[in-house]
Design a protein around this ligand. Structure first.
Ligand code: HEC
Length: 186
């Protein structure tokens, strides 16, 4: 009787894990489609020399893309940062811990592009899948997130107009600018 019981338990646990990893894989696939689209939009505007358009891409289109993805899926999808530009892009406790962990891992030489965290957590009675993907800075990002004295004057003026409490400058290439974050009710 005992061995059979142990085997059943093991199978149940394995089944739950397999379900969880399928859910995580599906969540990642949806979330990871967003950053490359945004990057492409930014690059196109910057190539045109249009900083106004590029700032609009980040200011207007990025939140809209996240909002559309949220509507389509019923999950909460947004971007957060420890040094946020948008006053609403403040991480909650789970997100803050993940961002701090990304910074630590980055500092020990892990490539920023591979940093992510996925976990199924309980919120009251409910189970929620949480996923975060680090967004490291590339050269292009420094146009608007680099050292303040290196920003083009037009960019600086526009950013100050839009974000009087901006914390998101002073980055160098390869640092973690923030993360895409997904909260999926299960
Ligand atoms: C043309 C200017 C510009 C460029 C280039 C740019 N950003 Fe931004 N970024 C912004 C603006 C403006 C916001 C605020 C958007 C908003 O209001 O939600 C922002 C917000 C963010 C946020 C959300 C958190 C926050 O601080 O509000 C992340 C993460 C981010 N940018 C990462 C990047 C990364 C990574 C790159 C390079 C791939 C990049 N950005 C390039 C202007 C830019």
């Amino acid at each position: 009787m005992k061995p059979l019981f142990a085997a059943t338990l093991a199978i149940t646990a394995f089944g739950a894990l397999a379900d969880d990893s399928a859910l995580i894989a599906e969540t990642k696939k949806t979330a990871l489609a967003i950053p490359p689209k945004l990057l492409q939009m930014l690059q196109e505007e910057i190539d045109k020399g249009d900083y106004h358009g590029a700032i609009a891409a980040c200011n207007d289109k990025a939140p809209k893309m996240a909002a559309t993805a949220s509507q389509n899926t019923g999950w909460a999808i947004r971007r957060v940062s420890l040094k946020n530009r948008n006053p609403k892009a403040v991480p909650d406790a789970w997100e803050r811990a993940a961002l701090e962990d990304f910074d630590r891992r980055r500092a020990t030489g892990e490539p920023g592009a591979t940093l992510e965290k996925a976990e199924i957590v309980s919120e009251g009675e409910k189970r929620v899948l949480r996923y975060m993907k680090a967004l490291p800075t590339q050269g292009l990002c420094l146009n608007c997130h680099g050292a303040e004295d290196k920003l083009a004057p037009a960019v600086k003026v526009r950013l100050t107009e839009l974000y009087p409490n901006d914390k998101a400058t002073g980055y160098s290439e390869g640092q973690i600018r923030g993360a895409l974050t997904v909260k999926r009710p299960l």
